[in-house]
Design a protein around this ligand. Structure first.
Ligand code: NAD
Length: 573
């Protein structure tokens, strides 16, 4: 039974919150709590008389108090912990504070600070948020989902914690990521917090430091693998489908050995996607669309070198191929414009065994036979750049400092405006600081990063560094799925999302040096992305509701804005 429902008074047309509970429960429930902002009437009628300080605060006063507390925190991790506590206490206030300060707070609630929070999870832990499923629960998943009080879950973000950002296996600490992503679903797209559920499939960890930590909160066993792992996933998926049919299931931070397989297996069965592959593909593509639009070029004119050939690289490359094909380039020719370099060097056919996701981009050995290189079976990134003369360089390797001066110099020698995207997260993993990319290219590079960076002062010109943040894509995609009750999530929907995001990048953004809008515009971006993705949902015949005449209205009907509504006690619902 829902404890609350947003209603509209049929006589006055005023919105209000019908609540079926009274008393201190209201101020202990993070979604219902208004803290000192409960009005005198509400205190009188809802059993809250005398259990709050006498002065009734406005939300503005509460925000001023929150700001004061927030500013007293000495480190980013303390700010993270403070915000998590606020979220656990009063979600409406938390989301208003977040929405009004996105630029400042996004890096705290998500990357890069969430990375540190995940690493220290068992030490900073205060209160549970989400659910945990271990191998020992394999036959009790229905019970666990039944224990979730939220009746109307519409979005689930699930991780098995094995590849958290660029930080690897963080065991139970990975829960910070689904929590953070869902915070952005609500903060950016307005999906109501009661409709969001973070899930950790805690299948153990192979991280020895965690296994040895006496405070470790996770399942203290080596990782479950093989058939038993697949079986657990299958049971989880079926139980989710049963409890919340049609829910959007987002796979998050799985190691690439599982991520590609799971996406392939479930993408045609459920409303599901993998943000590390598809969301990243769309956000990076959008940056490239903005760059090539400003250069008045086409995608098919580009030569792209990827450093790091995992989920992110595959997702981005796939989206680039789709765009090139839409420009009239053949599939084969499009793939020939892309070079993958991984930890063992340039990806070439026949030199070493390759996983499936690298094969479409493997180069023919004959093609590189004439290159002058130190070791023809391990051609370096520098050697690749020197021979290919790329116009776009993308870093998804998780290895810092690898876009060196000679590499950027070489690129800039052959390209007037090289596009350089060091995307690895968190900040400590970036392939290259934006200031270096600009300095080493005589200020000509168009740069965007995975983690946030401050503006660069380039001989008196301030260059704003755009962030290729998936938060510009997945909230809008999710909002469209929720609003249209989409049956599947397709590549076409991500292509629509990338194009919509690129459209929000203004001439002014580009003139300031940025390929992305600032985070402060994230709500406007999410709505625009949702609208275009929803059009695509109906275009592909995947809507679970009839296509309305005004799509805007359908999208807006789902968006929740964090404000206090008047409460009325209605025990019957
Ligand atoms: P992944 O594990 O699937 O792939 C990593 C790849 O890097 C693998 O192919 C691996 O072989 C390669 N690699 C590892 N060490 C290397 C080295 N020394 N030299 C060259 N290649 C090396 O991970 P992923 O999902 O592709 O993510 C990779 C990085 O991209 C992470 O840091 C992640 O945070 C970042 N990322 C950023 C965004 C974004 O900015 N929006 C989105 C997704 C991922």
């Amino acid at each position: 039974m829902n404890e609350f429902r947003i209603q509209t008074d049929s006589r006055t047309h005023q919105r209000y919150m019908a609540v079926s509970a009274k008393g201190v429960h209201l101020k202990e429930h993070p979604i219902l709590n208004k803290g000192s902002a409960f009005t005198d009437d509400e205190r009188e009628n809802l059993g809250l008389l005398g259990v709050l300080p006498p002065k009734v605060s406005t939300m503005e006063e509460q925000l001023a108090r929150v700001r004061e507390h927030y500013q007293q925190k000495g480190t980013n991790l303390e700010r993270f912990v403070y915000l998590a506590a606020l979220q656990d206490r009063n979600e409406t206030l938390f989301y208003r504070f977040l929405s009004e300060n996105m630029d400042e707070l996004l890096p705290i609630v998500y990357t890069p600070v969430v990375g540190e929070a995940c690493q220290k999870y068992s030490h900073i832990y205060r209160r549970a948020r989400g659910i945990w499923i271990t191998p020992e629960h394999a036959d009790k998943i229905d019970v666990i989902l039944g224990n979730v009080a939220q009746e109307d879950v519409r979005v689930i973000v699930v991780t098995d914690n094995e590849r958290i950002l660029g930080l690897g296996d963080l065991g139970a600490g990975g829960m910070g990521i689904p929590v953070g992503k869902l915070t952005i679903y609500t903060g950016a797209a307005g999906i109501h917090p009661s409709q969001c559920l973070p899930v950790s499939l805690d299948v153990g960890t192979d991280n020895p430091a965690l296994l040895a930590d006496p405070l470790y909160l996770g399942y203290r066993k080596p990782r479950l693998r093989g058939a038993a792992y697949d079986e657990l996933i299958e049971k989880f998926v079926r139980a989710v489908e049963k409890r919340w049919p049609g829910v959007l299931l987002q796979w998050e931070d799985f190691a690439n050995t599982n991520a590609f397989r799971l996406l392939e297996k479930y993408k045609d069965q459920l409303c599901t996607f993998n943000d590390d592959i598809q969301g990243t593909g769309a956000v990076a593509l959008s940056g490239m669309i903005a760059a090539i639009r400003s250069k008045k070029e086409r995608m098919s004119d580009q030569k792209l070198v990827f450093f790091g050939a995992g989920e992110a690289a595959s997702g981005i490359a796939e989206q680039c191929v789709v765009l090139m094909k839409s420009e009239g380039t053949s599939d084969d020719d499009a793939r020939r414009k892309i070079w993958f370099v991984d930890s063992k060097g340039l990806v070439i056919s026949g030199v070493r065994p390759l996983p499936e996701h690298k094969k479409p981009y493997a180069r023919d050995a004959g093609e590189v036979a004439s290159w002058k290189v130190v070791n023809p079976t391990a051609i370096s990134l520098l050697e690749t750049v020197q021979h290919v003369h790329p116009t776009v360089l993308i870093g998804t390797s998780g290895t810092p400092g690898t876009f060196t001066e000679p590499i950027i110099h070489s690129m800039a020698r052959h390209c007037a405006q090289p596009v350089i995207l060091p995307l690895s997260n968190p900040t400590s993993k970036t392939e290259c600081a934006p200031a270096h990319a600009l300095e080493w290219s005589d200020g000509r590079a168009l740069v965007a990063t995975g983690s946030p960076f401050p503006a660069v002062d380039l001989n008196g010109r301030k260059v704003r560094i755009g962030q290729a943040n998936n938060a510009f894509i997945f909230p809008g995609v999710g909002l469209a799925c929720v609003a249209t009750r989409a049956k599947r999530v397709t590549q076409g929907m991500f292509r629509a999302a990338a194009a919509a995001l690129a459209e929000t990048v203004t001439e002014k953004d580009i003139a300031e040096g940025s390929l992305y809008p600032p985070a402060s515009r994230i709500r406007e971006v999410a709505r625009k992305v949702a609208l275009e993705v929803a059009k695509e949902v109906f275009h592909e015949g995947l809507g679970g509701v009839a296509k309305p005449r005004e799509l805007n209205r359908l999208i807006d009907s789902v968006i929740w804005y964090p404000e206090y509504l008047p409460y009325r006690y209605e025990p019957s619902h």
